[in-house]
Write a protein that binds this ligand. Structure first.
Ligand code: C5P
Length: 236
């Protein structure tokens, strides 16, 4: 396996559901920014990867000292998450090979563990359609009627939460995102774009504590998760 490993980390979102003062990746969590936590977790597991960090061109909070990778570059954020990821792929167009592996990970998931990152990478290496971390749905699922009442219950069998990272070969991911953009489809994860090509990425069971910080209460939850992980076998 001589293909290179790229890490694309979209970090150009505003995350205004968590805080209106600054983008959520710059909020403090256990003494460091969320961005620092996420990048150091990625580096711990995949130190030789090449990082492509998507940042808003007007970002006034980013500190390059937070990047532990020796090979990294910055890409411009786009209007939506998929535009940011596509910008990153275009930024490495002249140096990435079609078969290179690209793992895409949300900056807002600081609790991802090396064990999950490595399991996902192995799946991506063997699976031509790519793979994503995912967790089976545990709660009973309801569909609303648009007015805050239950329309019906949805069977949860076979339903999964899509997490990140999600990983694909460079050429496949680029083709999928370019096609989604050309067709005006707004996808919220990379796998959706690949699925639209008729392919079926592998679901790799990931830990449920790999949460995405989205709502204010998620910050406290993430602090507890980090503390619990440190108290177990994990050291970072
Ligand atoms: O808003 P949400 O939590 O779904 O964003 C998921 C990820 O995509 C975050 O890491 C966010 O910073 C990133 N993003 C981006 N460019 C955008 C919107 C979101 O890089 N335009």
């Amino acid at each position: 396996m001589n293909s290179r490993l790229w890490l694309v980390v979209p970090a150009a979102g505003r995350g205004s559901r968590v805080s209106t003062t600054r983008p959520k990746q710059y909020l403090e969590l256990a003494g460091r920014s969320i961005m620092q936590h996420t990048l150091s977790r990625l580096y711990y597991a995949l130190p030789t990867a090449q990082l492509c960090l998507c940042l808003d061109d007007n970002d006034a909070h980013f500190d390059p000292n937070w990047v532990p990778f020796s090979h990294w570059r910055r890409a411009s954020g786009g209007a939506e998450r998929m535009d940011s990821v596509l910008n990153a792929l275009l930024a490495i167009d002249s140096i990435a090979d079609a078969d290179d592996i690209v793992l895409v990970h949300d900056i807002a998931r600081p609790c991802v563990l090396p064990v999950d990152l490595k399991r996902l990478l192995s799946a991506v290496q063997r699976e031509p359609a790519g793979a994503l971390l995912a967790a089976p749905v545990a709660d009973t699922m309801k569909r609303d009627n648009g007015a805050g009442h239950v329309l019906r219950s949805e069977p949860r069998d076979g339903l999964w939460h899509a997490l990140t990272p999600q990983g694909f070969r460079y050429a496949l991911l680029r083709r999928a995102l370019e096609q989604a953009r050309a067709r005006g489809r707004q996808v919220t994860d990379e796998a959706s774009a690949v699925e639209a090509l008729g392919l079926s990425p592998e679901l790799v069971v990931g830990r449920r504590d790999n949460i995405k910080i989205t709502h204010p209460e998620d910050l406290g939850l993430a602090a507890h998760i980090l503390a619990a992980q440190r108290a177990s076998d994990y050291s970072f």
